[in-house]
Design a protein around this ligand. Sequence first.
Ligand code: SF4
Length: 253
Amino acid sequence: MTPGQIRDYLKYYRDLGIETIYRGTPPSTQPLPTLPVPPVMAKKPIQEAILPELTRLPELIPQGDTLAKIREDIGDCKRCRLCEARNKIVFGDGNESSPLVFVGEGPGADEDAQGIPFVGRAGQLLTQMIENTAAKEGIQLKRADVYICNVVKCRPPENRTPQPDEMEICGQFLFRQLMTIKPKAICVLGATAMKALLNTKEGITKSRGQWQKWRDIPVMVTYHPSYLLRQYNAQAKREAWEDLKTLLHFVYD
Ligand code: SF4
């Protein structure tokens, strides 16, 4: 090997982060494999060169993340099949530094048309529940003061429940939203959002009304407002109002 080749060789390994190369006879009786002579001009990025076969880990939450950056990263997203029938991506709505975030399942027809979460009948009920409960409890609070978003940002066809892979793919954006806002509490609306955040197999009727945690943030689980719209749910409605009362006092007292 010529001195020039040796120089290129060392530079190649230094670029890979390998600072020390030992000379001399190894203790093993096996001969060392011949190291490849580096291509002089064809240096590959380290990850590609060293770990071609490894599955890439999901990205860490970027430092200095903002909601605007997350929305930019979503772009015209086609990461899952829910992109096929959507009209608008429904990112989130409300006060971006709110101490309280509501998380639902996914957009419905009205939300898909307007690009805003919880604007249909269920959304109107949620708005009433927030504002009326707050007023009754002597808390100054409007819907615009809280932040509202969903587990998946595109409408599932026929309003079906999002599938686990869709929730997992889109959930990374939800997690970034929550880490960016860092609210004092999260209100999880319905079983799908509960599964996404708490990864539990418990039913919603058992879990509602109890404090749980997502990372370090307290989570209150309650019914999804679309469930409360059904005629026969008087009991569930009472329970949801109770859950909301507990939540609002925790956050705003
Ligand atoms: S649901 Fe989420 S991951 Fe799927 S296409 Fe829409 S924005 Fe992308």
